[in-house]
Structures are given as C-alpha cells and as structure tokens.
Design a protein around this ligand. Structure first.
Ligand code: ADP
Ligand code: MG
Length: 691
C-alpha cells in the first residue's frame, strides 16, 4: 500500500481523504426502489441462485427478498460468479448495498456489496467513506474497506477513545495549524475535528464544513507563501519612479495613434501607469487574447519610460517575432524622433552590432527589440527603465531575473502572454506577478469560424483550400509534433506535404519544422510571409505570435492530439485581417468523450478565457502548461482551482491581512501557522531535490 499510494506515515493516511461518502443509516424496501436512485441498502435473504446465458453473456442471478417483494442481484464475469457462489448462501440475513437499475422491467443491483446483517451495526456506520485504491491493490484484496479499517483505527487513537494504547503504534496528536483568531474570524472547523469529519462525518453538514476548512487551509498556505515572498521582494527592489506622462506618450496618443483604444486597453494602461509611479518595481503580467492589442499597450508603456528619460526593451521568444515587433514599432513611430533598434542572433559582425551596442550603452537607442540576445553580458544599457517580455512561457524565471540585474535599480517588468489563464490560476501560478487583463477585442473583427472535419472528408477540404487560395488567401496546415513520436509525426508532415503538392500542382507550398536549420526555417517562413507561397505546412513552430494577416485559414491535422490551449493559440494565427477566417480541426473518426468535448468547445467559442476555464475543468490545473516550472508550491488534495475560485480570493485576502498585521512573523499567536508554512516549504524543497 505504501508504494501504491505513497502513504508512508500516519500523517499521510490521515490526509488520505475519501472521494465520497454514502449514507448507510437508512434501509429501503424493494417496493420503494427506482432506477434513478443512488446507492441504497436493503435487508433480506437470498431465495435461490440461477445461472443464465453462455460465453460473454453468462451471468449469475440471486433472487433476493425483503420478505414482501423480490428483486435480482446480478454478477457478470466468471471470476465474480465463482466468488459470489462461494461467498453467499440462502437462508442468511444480509444487508445488500448497491445502485439499483431496471432490466426487463425488474429492479436489480449488479455486483452489490453484501454483508451478513449481524456483522453490521448500521446506526454506527453513518456516512461511510469510500477511498480510491489502485488496480494492483484491488488485486491483492486491498479495497476501500481495508483502508477504512486503517483510518478508523487511526482516528480512534486520535480521539483517545480507545482505552488500550497500542504498544506498536505511537499515539498521534494533531496540532492546530491556524491561529485561534483566524479560525474564529472565518468560522472554520478546528483541524482535529475536520480531519475526523473528513473520514467519518456525523452529518452531511459536518462533512461540508470539514471540507471547507481543508480547502481553505490548502489554498491559504499557498497564498501565504506567495504573499510573503512577494512582499520580501518588493521590499528589496525599489523601482524607478516614472513621474511624468510627457511628449512622447501624448504626441503619439493625440497625433499618431491610428485608432481609438479599446476600453480594456485604456484601463490596462491606467493600471500600469499607477505601478510605474509608486516607487516599487512593477512586475506585471499582461494577459489578453491573441489580437487584443497587447503590443500596442507595450509600446505606449515604453513611451512613458522614454518620457522619463529611460530606455525600454522588448524581448521576444523567436527571431521572427522580434523582427515583426521591430517592424511594427517602427511603423507606429515613423513620424516621431525615437530610435528603435533590433538585436537578434542574426544581427552579427562588428559593423552591424557595434553601433547598436554603443547606442544602447550611451542611451541614444531608446527602444531595443530582440531575442535572448538582449540578455547577453555585452549588452549594457545606459538606463534601462522598462523591460517587456513577450509570451511568458518561453522564458524562465531565471531569464527574467537576468534582465533585472542589468541595472542597480531593476527595470519595471511587463510580461505579455496570450495564453489566457483563469484569474484564480494566475493568482496561484504567477502569484508574484500582478495581473492586468485585456478582455475586449478591437472593434470590427470578424469572429473566426471553426469547423470540425473527419479525416475521410478530404475532398471537401481540398475544395475549400482551392477556393480560398483563388480568393488570394493563404493557408496554414499544422501537424502535431510530440517528442515521443517525433519520427512518426515528421513522417505524417512529409506525407501531408507530398499529398498537397500532388493535389495542388499549381500552388507553391512551404514547409517548416523543428528539425530544419534555423536559417532554412526562416527562409521558408519568409516566403510565406511575403506571399510567395500560398500554403505553409508546419509543425507547431508557428504557434507563437506570427502575424500574417493574409493567412485566413488554419487547418490543424490530428487536432485530437492538441490540448485546448494550444488549439486556441494556433487558431489565433488567423483572423488578423479583414477577411472571414476559418479554423479547420481535422480528426480521426473515433474520439474519446473528452476529446469530443474539446473539439466542441473550440467550435462553439472564440473566447480565450472561456476556453481556459473549460481547459481547467477538463484537465485540471496540474496539466496546464507551465505548471511544473512555475512552482505552485504544494499539492492540492481537496481544493480545486477551477471550482474554488472564491476561496482562492479569500485565501489571498487573508494572507495579505496576516502579513499586514504580522509583517515580522513574530506574533506568538501565529507561531504554529508559520511553523506549518516552513514545514510545507521544506517538503517542497525535498521534492525538488529528488526529482
Ligand atoms: P496582440 O499582441 O494582443 O496579439 P496586437 O497588439 O498585435 O495584439 O494587435 C493586433 C492588431 O490589432 C494589430 O494590427 C494592432 O495594430 C490592432 N489594434 C490594436 N489595438 C487596436 C484598437 N484599439 N483598435 C483597432 N485596432 C487595434
Ligand atoms: Mg502579439
């Protein structure tokens, strides 16, 4: 059992909570049963056995009576049949437990739990816990019931209700982990009671309150850790104070901004502006769906930096993106006296690099755009005040840190991401960042139409491709690329490419994948970007940020193999021009329920946040991209970031309150809480050392 469930200590067992409880206080009569009831129990005896069917249809029926009426108990599969015949007998009073169904007009229960009535004392069973066990454990006879016996014994000791203290097992005491005042303030159940009630609640209400306490505790310690860390960092890191909004910003805003800002853009700029003036280093995550206008917000934020005589830089994850950003910035700023330079790995040689590096060092380069090249040691800024990082998940925390070190006072940091993360998750994963959200698209966008095609329907797919290309549009065709099956994936891509070349001999088709040399890759991308080729066959290398407004169709092959977030990212590559855009999800015919759900979600909504919520529901937060490295400190057992959003907020507020009142972590009443936090963070370290 230890190996299978990682239950090494009494503590582990104590926190191994059941996944459900079933009310075993009430007995039903057969005439009361209907097929829509959950679990029920009936007292009675078996009248006779009967075997029916052959082969796979073979089953055993026990005719069971409560003294007035008769129902069937049924077993399928020969092992179960054999076992039931050996185990159960006529003429004994049993308590039968299971979920009733109706078959051929008769009530029956398949594979019921059966206990001799005299071995159960129902009144003391109350709400019976059900524990998860693994297949291996079940095979060796280790069922939920066995765990129940362990927890029962353990809790009896805890309660001190057994008179005899065992010599073998040490007595356990639980120390309250939350301060008295906090328990009172939020009317929480004390820890000892809640641990007992999680396993053996006296009522459904007690179970609910125990669960609440456990959830709160899990979320609270996560937030306490985050808030503590954030405050420590804020104290250390003073920030540049951008006092004025001056000529650069105002001139751009009044004279050259080619459109109205959306309400969301205005709000976010206000939020950022407030941060920039407060004397602390800004560390803000800017979230917004693809095309929501984050880049423009970044640009205007940079202009505020320039207004205060600071430099600004923007770091993009790829060269293509860096080049695109540079082009965009130069276009927006073409009528203003702002020096924008690009620094990437391809900007090589003393002659090209020298002047840029000099300009960065003497301050004449006001905006520097680039890739990782920006954080090389030879890039020395005169006075870097703001660093914008595009697409969070490609840069690790360490790289962010490196940017800070570029100046004695670290620059303000704005991280832009198009991967929408539900707020509660962001608060937990990126807890040290403040979050701004652009939740509104610029007006006039035509929503992308998303369609689902089976692999077999390639004829109509080809017709669609031909039609769009004849209208002058360009098309992406994306194949999955997963490390384990890289060979097969590349073969798929090559075959797909060959098939398209054969089907459309009159079209020019580009091909890009991760195994190509960067220079070749860029050359192919460039051909597509310039409109020389009409179709781009690619692996997910194009996922991030590429902006080709004329490309209006995104065809995703083997869409069943992509997660929701990734599908949405890919879809975001189209819909950037004025034309109606399409996203075509091509899948095989047989799909799991979850996959169908994902595809359906994609077809129904374009809203990134809705998709992120659905993703969180379907997969759970543990799977979300970046969860591992982002370091959510402790495992969640009871709480669920998708469902318990309000509690996350309460936990955050409470953590802030605690640190407001006990900034030195020295109030005696809070000591057990801080001790618990250290315990938890210590475990966290141990884990990371092991893995
Ligand atoms: P993101 O970086 O969030 O994906 P961008 O900043 O690249 O989005 O904006 C996408 C497109 O929308 C760009 O062509 C940009 O110029 C345009 N855009 C941005 N804000 C607005 C606005 N308020 N009104 C109209 N168009 C806008
Ligand atoms: Mg962008």
């Amino acid at each position: 059992m230890e190996k299978e469930l990682r239950l090494n200590t009494f503590q582990d067992l104590l926190y191994y909570f059941p996944y459900k409880h079933i009310d075993r206080t009430r007995l039903f009569y057969i005439h009361e049963l209907t097929a829509d009831m959950p679990f029920v129990q009936i007292k009675g005896e078996i009248l006779s056995f009967e075997e029916k069917g052959v082969g796979r249809k073979r089953h055993l029926i026990a005719h069971f009576t409560d003294g007035k009426h008769v129902m069937d108990l049924v077993w399928f599969q020969s092992a179960a049949i054999k076992w039931a015949r050996k185990q159960y007998h006529t003429g004994i009073i049993y308590i039968v437990f299971g979920r009733p169904t109706v078959f051929n007009g008769r009530i029956n229960i398949a594979h019921p739990d059966i206990d001799p009535a005299d071995s159960l004392s129902l009144s003391s069973m109350g709400l019976q816990p059900y524990y998860h066990t693994t297949e291996r454990m079940k095979k060796s006879g280790m069922e939920s019931r066995s765990i129940e016996r362990f927890t029962k014994t353990l809790l009896e000791k805890l309660n001190g209700s057994t008179a005899v203290e065992s010599q073998k097992a040490p007595m356990i005491t639980v120390n309250e982990t939350l301060p008295e005042w906090l328990i009172r303030r939020h009317a929480l159940m004390p820890l000892g009671q809640s641990l007992r009630a999680m396993h053996y609640p006296l009522s459904a209400d007690e179970l609910r309150r125990a669960t609440y306490r456990q959830k709160f505790e899990e979320l609270f310690f996560i937030q306490l850790n985050i808030v503590r860390y954030t405050r420590a960092r804020q104290q250390q890191s003073r920030g540049h104070i951008f006092r004025v909004v001056g000529n650069y910003f105002n001139t751009f805003y009044k004279e050259y901004l080619p459109f109205q800002l959306t309400g969301a853009q205005k709000r976010v700029i206000r939020e950022i502006h407030k941060d920039l003036g407060c004397g602390r280093q800004m560390n803000r995550l800017l979230q917004g769906d693809v095309g929501s206008g984050k880049t423009l917000v970044a640009l205007m934020t940079m202009l505020i930096a320039l207004d205060n005589n600071y430099q600004a830089c923007l770091m993009a994850p790829t060269e293509i993106l860096a080049e695109q950003h540079a082009a965009t910035f130069r276009e927006f700023l073409k009528n203003m006296p702002v020096r924008v330079e690009l620094l990437t790995g391809s900007v090589t040689g003393k002659r090209k690099r020298g002047p840029i590096l000099e300009g960065v060092a003497d301050g004449s380069v006001q905006i520097l755009i680039g890739t990782h090249a920006l954080i090389e040691d030879n890039v020395i800024f005169h006075n870097l005040g703001l660093a914008v990082i595009d697409e969070q998940h490609r840069f690790g925390v360490a790289q962010r840190g490196k940017l800070w070190k570029k100046n004695s006072i670290p620059p303000h940091i704005l991280v832009m991401t198009a991967t929408p993360i539900p707020r509660t998750l962001a608060m937990t994963l990126y807890g040290d960042l403040d979050v701004s959200v652009i939740d509104e698209l610029p007006p006039g966008r035509k929503p992308i139409e998303t369609l689902h095609f089976w692999e077999e329907r390639s004829e109509s797919l080809y017709r669609g491709i031909r039609q769009q290309v004849s209208l002058g549009r360009q098309i992406y065709v994306v194949y999955p690329l997963i490390k384990e099956s890289e060979k097969i994936d590349l073969k798929n891509l090559e075959e797909g490419y060959a098939l398209l070349c054969q089907t459309f001999p009159d079209m020019k088709i580009s091909k890009v994948h991760g195994k190509m040399k960067p220079a070749d890759k860029d050359a192919e991308m460039e051909k597509f970007a310039s409109g020389e080729t009409q179709i781009l066959v690619a692996t997910t290398v194009i996922e991030v940020g590429v902006n080709i407004p004329n490309a209006s169709v995104m065809i995703i092959q083997n869409a069943e193999r992509f997660g929701l977030a990734q599908l949405h990212q890919l879809r975001g590559r189209v819909g950037r021009g004025a034309e109606q855009s399409y996203c075509i999800l091509v899948t095989k015919y047989q799909l799991s329920k979850e996959t169908k759900n994902r595809i359906q979600t994609m077809c129904e909504t374009n809203d990134g946040f809705e998709i992120a919520e659905a993703d969180l529901r379907l997969r759970g937060p543990g799977d979300l991209e970046g969860t591992q490295q982002s370091g959510i400190a402790f495992d969640l057992h009871v709480a669920n970031l998708a469902r318990d959003g309000q509690l996350v907020q309460l936990a955050r507020d409470t953590a802030n309150y605690v640190l407001d009142n006990d900034p030195k972590q020295s109030l005696p009443g809070n000591a057990p809480m801080w001790r618990r936090l250290h315990e938890l963070t210590k475990n966290q370290m141990d884990w990371s050392n092991i893995s």
